[in-house]
Design a protein around this ligand. Sequence first.
Ligand code: GDP
Length: 370
Amino acid sequence: MEHPENERQYKGLKVQTSPSSPGSVNPYLSKNGPIRRRELSVDDYVNGILKGDTMILSRAVTLLESTRPEHEIKAQHVIERCLPYAGNSVRVGISGVPGSGKSTSIDEFGIYVLNKYGGKLAVLAIDPSSERSKGSILGDKTRMEKLSVHPKSFIRPSPSSGSLGGVARKTRESIILCEAAGYDKIFVETVGVGQSETACQSMVDFFLLIQVAGTGDELQGIKRGIMEIVDGIAVNKCDGDNMQRCQIAASYYRNALHLFPESPSGWMPKVLTYSGFYALGIKELWDSIYEYFDFVKKNGYFEHRRMEQNRYWMYETINEHLKNSFYQDPEIEEMLKNEESAVFNGKQTSFVAAQQVLDFYFKKLGLENE
Ligand code: GDP
């Protein structure tokens, strides 16, 4: 329809009719609010994963991280169906305190192994404590600039919820899904504080500790337990005028490692220096890690370690379920509160209080505690 102002008396004016609605800035945005994603069946997940579909793999990892019981059950079915296709990989744990250069290094390591050995790389994390674990995938993307845009890599931040045990179990289950999706190299990153190194070591074939040169008394900052589980130590930031200090630190670690009994693998952990930032010494480090794989694959320890880890995880899972069943019971929660204050006020000994709660629990289950 013509605009009224285009009538003769308004000579010299020509008004165009405007389009009825402006074009959408993002043509993919639904006009009816956010697009609800179709719920996937177990078959959809499994088929997608086996095809290497990263979108479905991501959604499967999200599913297994969910705490909703129906999601947990579904995730377990997916994992079970993926298991026969998993395992064909090398899994490397990479640990170091914040600032030791893990992200910078993993970025370089990842690109290096993909160029040299081909295949696909998944980077997962166990980090129950940090702010970063609150799910900022963008954070992880920017931390690993090169890998995050590499078509053969899949980066996933740490699951954020729950105890270390729970977070670690989910990371381990993510490994299975990634392997079924064809990722034959898995890095598991962990922050070198607390117990997460032990959890990490229980799911990898090679555990690498990243250290930086300190003030000279390097071993002060390294916990005894860690020295026992490392398969290799890499002293990072060996560049510029820091090189000599790194060499000194490396020889400290070498000497210290000699004080520990030989590892059951028969492998003597090596200490190497490198610079993640300037990409120096990366080849030597990875040659040594692959030398380890050859060594333990030949002597049978590779398989043996994985079997041991399976056993460990069976018990871990049982323990976690038992604990949850107990602590998440509303009656137990209530009773614990009362017993706690009785113990606190000195009205009850801790042993009697514990016994009472346990007795109640076992009675409830129909079991008598002997
Ligand atoms: P993360 O907290 O362990 O992940 O450590 P980042 O990778 O974020 O590194 C912490 C800081 O150390 C950053 O400022 C890096 O630029 C720096 N850095 C990392 N690797 C090197 C290195 O090889 N040499 C030097 N000189 N600095 C490095």
